[in-house]
Design a protein around this ligand. Structure first.
Ligand code: AMP
Ligand code: GLY
Length: 421
């Protein structure tokens, strides 16, 4: 019966894709999104509550008698939204604050992987600047330095020279405002990276299609790192054997490890993985859907996503998930200047003629006009029987969008099409 009310917490392209999938469910009657965005507001009801305002979200869920809440961003999980909802008996999809450590604390994640034999880069942890500097100086470059501190961003620096490493270590260990900071110095790994997301409920792990993000701003993987400039599914350089290995030896092992630690997962586990010459290894875990990977993965789901969310939230058996036998390719349209400074409020026209999924990331509606309102503005996702066809379609549809202040990469999926990796 189509009678369920769902609250989605978050507001970017990832949440737009989650809302889009929920609206395809035969059970879902109404979707709220807090805070949502202009694109989400066109298909669901935006609620002006910040995604980390747990008391206000809880009050809203009760007042509206929502059947299920689905959490997008890590910040809300780290703010303890799941713990708060569960304490009041409200169904919610997402991990507890303690389980979210698999993402929020790099030290916790590394120790977990070491203890349970999950393949990852070798590492050492330092809290003392002099000791870290001496260790790094005696090792080959590049050096991978990961900041692991409370209340601050999770910086990763791949330093090419001792000077660069020293600057980063000083910032991380000497100039840190938060005390208790530590730095993980990791072995530098090489190989193509890919994302493997699974629905996890305790020991149950249900895989989603693999995808690949594009972190650099410009074609050819040049320019600064961004929140992701595009993604696609159907990775030709990952074999079925690789995928099976990653599933069993990484994702399932991590889920079991979290159960053994008394911190069972109940949401999405995202493996940021690398296919190195020594096999597949973990670069990082995230405790949530990836962005922009979710925007290319969820359009392929044929099953009822509400049933999956509800099963995970309730600790029941996850239904078998059916995926379309197609691939998807998505291109992010970003404001010129991003990830640096950029103008906002520039009109976007032609979106109503687009025949592909268009997930909004940073847009606003003002007097009936659609305007840019963020660094990453929207993501167009096309599907097709092959990556080449999906890519052709995506760029043909992008050509219909008119805006003076957008740029995008023209080479999404180049690793797949050039067979370079
Ligand atoms: P993370 O935030 O841990 O995902 O790291 C950000 C990016 O830094 C990754 O996507 C990789 O491209 C790079 N990186 C992180 N760890 C390593 C490593 N051990 N070896 C090589 N590159 C790495
Ligand atoms: N695409 C990387 C992330 O979601 O963290």
């Amino acid at each position: 019966m189509k009678n369920k009310k769902v609250l989605v917490v978050g507001g970017g392209g990832r949440c737009h894709a989650i809302v889009d999938a929920l609206l395809r469910s035969p059970q879902v009657a109404e979707v709220f999104c807090a805070p949502g965005n202009a694109g989400i507001g066109a298909v669901a009801t935006n609620v002006p509550i910040k995604d980390t305002d747990v008391p206000a979200l809880l009050a809203f869920a009760k007042e509206q008698a929502v059947d299920l809440t689905v959490v997008g961003p890590e910040a809300a999980l780290a703010a303890g939204i799941v713990d708060a909802f569960r304490a009041e008996g409200l169904p919610i999809f997402g991990h507890t604050r303690a389980a979210t450590q698999i993402e929020s604390s790099k030290g916790f994640a590394k120790e977990l992987m070491e203890k349970y034999g999950i393949p990852t880069a070798g590492y050492r942890t330092f809290t003392d600047y002099e000791a870290a500097r001496a260790y790094v100086a005696a090792r080959p470059f590049p050096a991978v330095l990961k900041y692991d501190g409370l209340a601050a961003g999770k910086g990763v620096v791949v330093a090419q020279t001792p000077e660069e490493a020293d600057t980063a270590l000083r910032e991380m260990l000497l100039e840190s405002k938060f005390g208790e900071a530590s730095v993980i110095v990791e072995d530098f790994l090489t190989g193509p990276e890919f994302s493997f997301m699974c629905f996890v409920c305790g020991n149950q792990v249900a895989p989603m299609p693999l995808s690949q993000d594009h972190k650099r701003a410009f074609d050819g993987d040049k320019g600064p790192n961004t929140g992701g400039m595009g993604a696609y599914t159907g990775l030709p350089f990952i074999t079925k054997e690789d995928e099976d290995f990653a599933f069993h030896e990484i994702l399932c092992k991590a889920a079991a490890a979290m159960c053994s630690e008394g911190l069972p997962l109940s949401g999405v586990l995202y493996g940021g993985l690398m296919k190195t010459p020594q096999g597949i290894k973990v670069i990082e875990f995230n405790a949530r859907f990836g962005d922009p990977e979710t925007e290319v993965v969820l359009p392929l789901m044929e099953s009822d996503i509400y049933a999956i969310f509800e099963a995970v939230a309730g600790g029941r058996e996850i239904p078998r998930i059916i995926w379309k036998n197609f691939v998807t390719l998505g291109v992010v349209l970003a404001s010129k200047g991003y990830p640096g400074g950029y103008a906002k409020g520039i009109e976007i026209e032609g979106t109503d003629t687009v025949k592909a999924k268009l997930f909004h990331m940073g847009t606003a509606l003002k007097e009936g006009k659609l305007l840019t309102a963020g660094g990453r503005v929207m993501m167009l996702v096309a599907e097709g029987p092959t990556i080449a066809l999906a890519r052709e379609k995506a760029y043909a549809e992008i050509a219909k969008i008119r805006c003076d202040n957008l740029f995008w990469r023209n080479d999404i999926a180049h690793c797949a099409l050039n067979k370079a990796n």
